[in-house]
Write a protein that binds this ligand. Sequence first.
Ligand SMILES: O=C(O)CCC(=O)C(=O)O
Length: 280
Amino acid sequence: MGLLTPDQLESFNSQGYLVIESFSSKDEIDSMVKRMEQLVDQFGPSSTASIFSTKNQQQLTDDYFFESAENISFFFEEKAFGDDGNLKQPKQLSLNKVGHALHEIEPAFKKFSSSEKASGLMSSLGYKRPVIMQSMYIFKQPGIGGEVVPHQDNSFIYTEPQTCTGLWLALEDATILNGCLWAIPGSHKNGLVRKFFRDEDGVKFDRPSPSYDQKDFVPIEVKAGSLVVIHGNLIHQSFENQSTKSRHACSLHVVDTVGCKWAAENWIRRKVEPEPLYVN
Ligand SMILES: O=C(O)CCC(=O)C(=O)O
């Protein structure tokens, strides 16, 4: 059921990422966007929520964050709040992301993430028993959508040996102006630079981030419906969205569960074992 052509595989192996245009249909995208609109509408002001920042990760120590691995949780932009502690704009324009189990709980997201094309893709990449460890709906809100600092997905979703692949679906056109992904082509070949781990004090990195030369990054501008396949060791980032257009995306992180071991110190500690996409 492999989906990628030899040329696509070669490009992925040399660049560390691959864009597959028109991976999702307009209907498929609409079903996810509409469902997210409903979920956000239903999410009341009294509901628990948290702030998400890739720059200030000490904030990610609370149970709300840890429990989000197996439910649907709402994370606000840092810049969404005024000095009085209230939201400066409607909640619909204030959320950074929703996660991390949309693919298990919400039918529209489950349909996409367990589709034959998603499985076929993982099969092409040689996965034997792939499991989606997290799903995120990322809003990248106009004006305040926060930057995502340079990182590798294997830092956060760690197996031994490393097997994380990111599947990042553009639900809206992603451009330089509204905060598209940027990556250093070929950087996946240099290995994992640091690990993000959880202990009794919360979560932290085992070492500081290296500094990167922004000249090495290339923008990955894509149309809605395009899928960006991201190698777990690819250095990638996105900038703050200073435009007036949002840049919604759905991101999945997949690991293999055969021939590798899930690290006990990962932030995700599942109570219920996740189902594989398929077993080869
Ligand atoms: O959507 C973004 O801006 C960043 C997403 C990302 O880095 C990821 O899903 O690994």
